[in-house]
Write a protein that binds this ligand. Structure first.
Ligand SMILES: [Zn+2]
Length: 98
């Protein structure tokens, strides 16, 4: 089975299976976000997914849904955080499929 490594805010590195991850795609774009429940602390986490991460996750067979734009419900601070996360090169290495 494919394992996907990512990080939990509380627990650090965690390994998930494709069943643990839900991918939400933004219409007209190949980006979105993914969410997972940490197997250790059971907290639900959400991460932005750029094109590369979306490709990795789709390739591993995670389920996905297309969600409409919700920009009217997102604060500017959330947008800045989202953009920061996407720009953080270090983050890219936090997810990898093996
Ligand atoms: Zn955790």
């Amino acid at each position: 089975m494919t394992t996907i490594r990512t990080t939990c805010n509380r627990c650090g590195d965690v390994e998930l299976t494709t069943h643990d991850i839900g991918l939400e795609l933004t219409p007209e774009r190949s980006t979105g976000s993914y969410r997972f429940e940490c197997p250790f602390c059971s907290s639900t986490q959400r991460r932005p997914a750029n094109h590369r991460v979306v490709s990795i996750l789709l390739a591993t067979g995670v389920t996905y849904e297309v969600v409409p734009h919700q920009s009217e419900f997102i604060t500017e601070e959330e947008i800045r955080e989202f953009a920061r996360a996407l720009d953080d090169d270090g983050w890219f290495s936090e997810i990898a499929a093996s």
